[in-house]
Design a protein around this ligand. Structure first.
Ligand SMILES: Cc1ncc(COP(=O)(O)O)c(C=O)c1O
Length: 243
């Protein structure tokens, strides 16, 4: 958005104000989708910004919705997202899971054995079959401004818990299929190299965990982590193709 136009908007609407350039959103999504390997799916975390115009634009580009609350579900539905919504986040209550199932959200990120048992219980109650990815907190610390893995945290299974004897049995639960692994290493990752390193670490974690559990790993959920400044630089040279 150029400065003159930004000034016009301020004159018209007053300051401070947020203004979004949907064309830039569209181009960013297209660039990222084109840079991802074939078969990849791109999800937008509604927590980042649930503004309907942004969400609709992303949906039109083929991006899917990742949500963590009732409010985000409503925002996704209002923006026209129907299928393939993924629900993540710790602290899912039974009521919250039920509401998701009532709205045909049947793919979850699972943060703990307790979470897995709760998901299974609610799926049985609803008479539905659901899928979940195991959110894993890898032993290795990531390269990120705000790290959400590699340290003790409320997010995800510590990797050692899943590599321990008996873990696979604890995850064999009615109406719940564990279909993948989710590693979110942190946000504001400052360079393309660090993003690539973190992604490699996530893939290796997924391989270790699925190997140990004898898991059919249909999906691996990696990232986001894109850095705002990195995205800006991407317009020029260094990080083009990533964001
Ligand atoms: C599980 C998960 N996925 C994705 C995101 C969005 O990440 P980012 O803002 O780094 O793109 C977050 C942010 O907290 C998150 O916790």
């Amino acid at each position: 958005m150029n400065t003159a136009f930004a000034h016009q908007l301020i004159e018209k609407h007053g300051s401070p104000l947020y203004a979004y350039d949907l064309d830039a959103v569209k181009k960013r999504a297209q660039t990222l989708l084109a840079a991802l390997p074939q078969g990849s799916r791109l999800y937008y975390s509604f927590k980042a910004n649930p503004l309907p115009a942004i969400a609709r634009e992303l949906r039109e580009q083929g991006v899917r919705a990742e949500i963590t609350s009732d409010g985000e579900l409503l925002a996704a539905q209002n923006a026209g997202f129907e299928d393939g919504i993924v629900f993540g986040g710790p602290g899912k209550s039974e009521k919250m899971i039920s509401r998701m199932l009532e709205n045909d959200v049947i793919h979850f990120s699972c943060e703990s054995f307790t979470d897995a048992a709760r998901l299974s219980k609610m799926a049985v109650k609803a008479g539905m079959k659901i899928k979940a990815m195991l959110r894993v907190n890898p032993q290795q610390a990531p390269d990120a401004r705000l790290a959400m893995s590699g340290v003790e945290s409320q997010f995800g299974f510590d990797e050692a818990l899943l590599l321990a004897d008996g873990a696979a049995d604890r995850l064999k639960l009615p109406n719940l299929t564990i279909n993948g692994v989710h590693v979110y290493f942190g946000t504001q990752v400052a360079s393309v190299e660090a993003l690539a390193k973190n992604t490699q670490c996530a893939l290796e974690t997924a391989a270790r965990v699925s190997g140990a559990l004898g898991l059919e790993c249909e999906v691996i959920n990696v990232g986001g982590g894109f850095h705002a400044a990195l995205c800006q630089r991407g317009r020029g040279q260094r990080s083009r193709g990533l964001a």
